[in-house]
Ligand binder design. Structure first.
Ligand code: SF4
Length: 394
């Protein structure tokens, strides 16, 4: 079973901090959708039978800028080329400024069952700073409409450490999100990516970054508040209620392979990572000429796969010792003996049912813990890779 990612690189307005591959030229949307469907059809010709999908994730950009007809066109291309009989999750990202009850109902009728809404904040001043194209009122309406349209699995994205944000205003955003019946929260500290207007403003002294200490306090507040509302943290930035974890992300963190279509999309198939052209007009013209849009790929070495498995597992659901031992012919309890002992003593890690898992305290210093585990496995593999019996691993 595979995952599948589709990228829709359009937004009505580019946010202050945005570093994603997006374009405001909405005149190209239909040409892009046609090219995307062509890409799917062409690449799937090489398969004798339809690959079975367990998850689909339509991300962006703003996928909810697509009309229901355009979304249906894409879903039809997927239905024609993949086996969706055991699909477990079909997610789509959206923005409060570009959804209505009617369009949400139509998306739902195509089988989309998980809606992710880019709210970022429920505080008008913070939304203004981030240059989002919606108000708190619109965000609340979008969530209410999502419920009315029948979505029971709703993620909200929220950003913390926004300049001017206080603990109280952040708590207000969190509580508003939880009280509106959301089932999943993805929350990130504001990142100052080079090349963004936000980065420039910061470099020119026009914006002051939140200090690391305040950032850590806000993160801790988030963990506590989420737990008060019955949300379980299952990754550094992700919390879910009723165990409605994002299956698509869990799959990629656990090393599952996934198809990827669309400009700039990155995929993982046959132990290879690949990526597609990051240019809209090239993406459209390549597909119209039946030319591949894959512009790069790399084979993931065995060492790379082991290290990545450790890194991703520790940041999310935990290192499953038995599973990874069997998969990679290792003895991880022994390799990580000192780290496990040290971090358990410091209340940052628990070892339960052969799972090395971060505690709330551990999530707060996740980067340094992952670094010590990854450095340890790196050193161990350097010394032992040749002597390990790894030839049967696929
Ligand atoms: S909505 Fe998201 S993808 Fe679009 S400009 Fe804003 S941050 Fe970027």
């Amino acid at each position: 079973m595979y995952g599948l990612y589709l990228h829709i690189p359009f937004c009505q307005k580019i946010c202050y901090y945005c570093d994603f591959f997006v374009d405001k030229n909405l005149d190209l949307v239909q040409a892009y959708v046609n090219a995307l469907c062509k890409e799917i059809e062409r690449e799937m010709l090489g398969y004798n039978s339809k690959p079975k999908l367990s998850t689909i994730y339509i991300g962006g950009g703003t996928p909810s800028l697509l009309s229901p007809n355009q979304m249906e066109q894409i879903v039809n291309a997927l239905v024609n080329n993949f086996d969706l009989s055991e699909l477990e999750e079909f997610s789509m990202e959206s923005n409060p400024g570009s959804v209505s009850l009617d369009t949400l109902k139509e998306y739902k009728s195509f089988g989309i069952d998980r809606l992710s809404i880019g709210v970022q904040s429920f505080v008008k001043r913070e939304l203004g700073f981030l240059k989002r194209n919606h108000s708190p009122k619109k965000a609340i309406k979008a969530i209410e409409d999502a419920h009315k349209a029948g979505f029971n699995n709703i993620n909200l994205d929220l950003i913390f450490a926004v300049p001017g944000q206080t603990n109280e205003s952040w708590q207000y955003s969190l509580q508003t999100a939880f009280n509106l019946g959301t089932t999943h929260l993805s929350t990130y500290s504001l990142i100052y990516e080079e090349g963004t207007p936000l980065y420039k403003a910061w470099k020119n002294g026009k914006v002051a970054k939140t200090s690391d200490d305040d950032d850590a306090d806000i993160y801790e507040l988030t963990i506590n508040e989420a737990s008060n509302f019955g949300f379980k943290q299952y990754e550094v930035s992700n919390f879910a209620k009723y165990e409605l974890y994002c299956k698509h992300n869990l799959g990629s963190w656990q090393g599952s392979e996934y198809f990827a279509f669309g400009a700039s999309a990155h995929g993982h198939l046959d132990n290879k990572r690949f990526w597609r052209v990051k240019n809209l007009s090239e993406f459209i013209s390549f597909n119209n000429k039946n030319k591949t849009t894959i512009i790069g790929e790399e084979i993931i070495s065995l060492k790379g796969r082991i290290e990545e498995s450790i890194f991703l597992a520790l940041r999310s659901t935990g290192i499953d010792i038995l599973k990874l031992n069997t998969k990679f012919n290792l003895d991880l309890a022994k390799v990580f003996e000192k780290e496990i002992e040290y971090y358990i003593k410091n209340d940052c890690v628990i070892l339960e049912n052969n799972l090395i898992k971060l505690t709330s305290k551990g999530y707060a210093i996740c980067d340094s813990i992952t670094l010590s585990f990854v450095s340890k496995i790196e050193n161990y593999l350097e010394k032992n890779l040749k002597s390990l019996n790894l030839h049967n691993i696929n």
